[in-house]
Design a protein around this ligand. Sequence first.
Ligand SMILES: Cc1cc2nc3c(=O)[nH]c(=O)nc-3n(C[C@H](O)[C@H](O)[C@H](O)COP(=O)(O)OP(=O)(O)OC[C@H]3O[C@@H](n4cnc5c(N)ncnc54)[C@H](O)[C@@H]3O)c2cc1C
Length: 408
Amino acid sequence: MPEIGIVGAGISGLHLTLRLQQLGVPTVLYAEHGPDEIAMSRPSNLVVRFGHTRERERLLGITHWDRPDLDVYGLNVAAETTPPVGFFGKLSKPASGVDFRVYLPRLIHDYLDRGGEFEVTTPETTMIDRLAERHDLVVVATKQRAFEKLFPKDTVRSPYSSPQRSLCGGLYHGIAPSDPSWVHFQMIPEVGEIFCTRLVSLDGPIHGMVIEAIPGRPLEPLSYLSYDEAPAEFNRTLLELLAEHAPPLRERIDAAEFGLARPIDLLQGRITPTVRGGWAQLSGDRYALAVGDAWVLNDPISGQGANLGSLCAFALADLISAGGPYDEEFCRRAEKELWRLAEPVVNWSNSALGPPPDNVLDIMRTATTDQRIADAFVNQFDDPAAMWEVLRSADNTRTWLSQLWATA
Ligand SMILES: Cc1cc2nc3c(=O)[nH]c(=O)nc-3n(C[C@H](O)[C@H](O)[C@H](O)COP(=O)(O)OP(=O)(O)OC[C@H]3O[C@@H](n4cnc5c(N)ncnc54)[C@H](O)[C@@H]3O)c2cc1C
């Protein structure tokens, strides 16, 4: 039996490891932090997992948070445009938000409870060669600097050389739950986007909010204002900006209760969307593949990175469990197959970073007055290939709208 070494205990590495374990393929999982350290770290994301990802979780037997009162039932989209946009689209399969500092440690324990082998180790450049001696194939699922040379940037698939949004994400008290529980998505043309949803955290359900600020525009200071130095000023600035740019969300906030849950519950930073080479030759004629953000790093604007990481992990597990040799031909085939899944997500995420084109605005306006369009649009968050097919051209949008009207 081949033995696979997997580096990185994010959703991509863990779904791959758990799936291979289920398929009877021996694995060793390497990560830079153990479960307790992950639980105590700053958040590095705030993730909503859609229906298809949750189906894969059911297959893996990791349904620890499957409770109707914790589910997320749709997307509430708002924009103060003329005419204004405002609709709730219902997901036919509810989504779920769990803080990854809860989610990932739990999955590591599941792997260990099922007999998995787990090692905490610092990623550095010589590590991969050491792993190549031990494993038939190494899969890198963590975007550490040490691996960037191994998987160089693919300049054809990476149109941006700088971040298109400045990010500020945190967990907050004082936001009233929506009924039903939904992701609030505020579009603010030429300023950015604001997402807010209820998440399961270490301390129970709480609201997570992500600000996507266009650099140089009014929301950007939130991506660098220091909370630790002046917490009250940080909270006040955020409230003022929400009042100006996201009135429906501000209305749900009790100013007296509002604030970051704990100083550590904040992430600030920027991401340059980047696609890297998907495989590399190591010493001794062994190979390494990259998956998840280590391979395809998207801006989180479309909420797809973790869902894509899970999808690719399952596809790769199928290829690996079908048997080796895990040679160059295998790596080329794997990259080609996984790119088929990733390309629509990359195209959709990158296009969402530009000003919304007329066909996208048409969908938003139509969804505001037609519930069928609202529901159909929102359900495509769980089917990014279908979403990109609809958004990619004005003709495709028109055809999609007329088909929906015709089947009414
Ligand atoms: C602000 C923000 C919001 C996002 N929202 C969504 C969304 O709604 N839906 C979606 O599908 N994708 C979302 N993403 C993208 C998503 O987080 C990544 O694409 C996904 O987590 C990549 O998983 P990975 O396993 O490939 O790599 P990584 O997540 O980078 O995993 C590699 C390593 O990072 C560590 N790690 C990962 N997450 C955490 C954490 N939270 N705390 C501590 N350590 C961690 C683990 O130790 C792991 O070994 C968001 C990203 C950001 C920055």
